[in-house]
Design a protein around this ligand. Structure first.
Ligand SMILES: [Fe+2]
Length: 389
């Protein structure tokens, strides 16, 4: 078994968790806040964060505008900003994209001699961090669990290929989970990010590296998604549901960062990179098909069956389809992409990318490239049987 790591130094959660910022220590007390859009500002939480940091004598600067599916170009700009400002704390406030981008910027800030994405991609190792700065993550969505993960996904600016990079060195030092900060996430994003959590949990449960500690966290996270995601989708201000989902996101993150994922993510990375389908939404659509595909493995089928029982269903794939329907998520990729010819032409490349994706090797059943082609076509058209290509 690989050693488990369940977060950085501290995880703080619950109402007023943000107050922990007043306890951050540092020689220089310079904090660079990394942000995406303006929603944290509008909700008033950015002011709270600034007030806590200034009351602890921090000087603050900002890197804003991290886009969804962050590009390497953004990472380079952020790293440059860090080199100029010289923070001893990097504070990422946002969803998975912001946290992932900030973690990647951190590497290039600590090691400015590194210039390319390839230099930090496998088989290359991430060099030691924390000589210049530590990192705190404040997730504003319940999705990626990036606040407790060793992983980032960065899109190559030129090829649009998503690079998944994982190394325990990138585990953020502090994770602060403040439920109220997620209340302003619109229903569509709540649904997609929540389904990302469910995908992390269910892929971790059947991973080839699964273990009892990760299973315990993943199972709880998946149960809470089934129980609370519909409520948070319907009523964003339901803070009980928001807190359950934020913790589910964190628990699923702790699980998958240790035992890895599976081919839902491999296919979602490929399709998301080429056709711009948001990560959580792609996962939500792909998940029931992969549950059916993986069920040819008896052990995986049994895990799915036992889990389905815990959420009051007989068939887990159908339970996920029902949940998707409740969240107004389409049943196949065609509904999102609507470019049949272009998609069919891209299937061989998508299958190659998915086959090589780092998440594939821990899936309970590993398809060959032709198997991926068939599966991807099935997910696109929403058919039960493979489409002849
Ligand atoms: Fe994910």
């Amino acid at each position: 078994m690989r050693p488990m790591k369940l977060g950085g130094e501290y995880i703080i959660f619950g109402e007023n968790a943000l107050e922990y910022l007043t306890q951050l220590e540092g020689d220089k007390k310079r904090a660079l806040i990394v942000l995406g859009g303006s929603s944290v500002q509008k909700s008033g939480y950015l002011t709270k964060i600034e007030n806590y940091l200034t009351s602890a004598d921090f000087t603050i600067d900002y890197f804003t505008g991290v886009e969804p599916d962050p590009s390497f170009n953004t990472v380079q700009k952020g790293a440059q900003k860090m080199v100029e400002f010289g923070p001893d704390w990097i504070i990422a406030v946002g969803g998975g994209s912001v946290m992932d981008a900030a973690k990647a910027m951190w590497i290039y800030y600590e090691h400015p001699q590194l210039k390319t994405l390839e230099e930090i991609s496998p088989p290359n190792k991430i060099p030691a961090l924390r000589k210049k700065a530590k990192m705190a993550c404040i997730p504003t969505t319940s999705g990626t669990g990036s606040e407790v993960s060793r992983s980032v996904v960065i899109t190559d600016t030129e090829t649009h290929i998503k690079h998944g990079i994982g190394d325990m060195e990138m585990m953020p030092d502090i994770a602060i989970l403040e439920p109220g900060i997620t209340a302003s996430v619109p229903p569509k994003f709540t649904a997609a990010t929540g389904m990302d959590v469910l995908t992390h949990a269910l892929e971790a449960l059947v991973s080839k590296r699964a273990n009892i500690v990760a299973d315990t966290m993943a199972e709880r996270a998946a149960i809470d998604v089934f129980t609370y995601l519909p409520a948070a989708y319907k009523e964003g201000n339901d803070l009980v549901a928001r807190e359950k989902l934020l913790l589910a996101s964190c628990l699923a993150g702790m699980a998958f960062t240790n035992v890895s994922l599976g081919i839902v993510h491999s296919i979602a990375h490929a399709v998301g990179g080429k056709f711009g389908v948001p990560h959580g939404l792609a996962n939500a659509i792909i998940l029931p098909y992969v549950i059916e595909f993986n069920s040819q493995d008896e052990k995986a089928a049994e895990i799915y069956r036992q889990f389905a029982e815990k959420v009051g269903h007989e068939d887990l794939a159908q339970a996920v389809r029902d949940l998707n329907e409740m969240l107004e998520i389409p049943a196949h990729l065609k509904a999102e992409i609507e470019k049949d010819e272009e998609f069919e032409a891209a299937i061989p490349e998508l299958a190659e990318l998915a086959s090589k994706d780092g998440c594939t090797k821990t899936n309970p059943v590993i398809p060959d490239v032709d198997g991926f082609k068939e599966l991807i076509a099935t997910i696109y058209y929403g058919t039960k049987i493979g489409v002849q290509l």
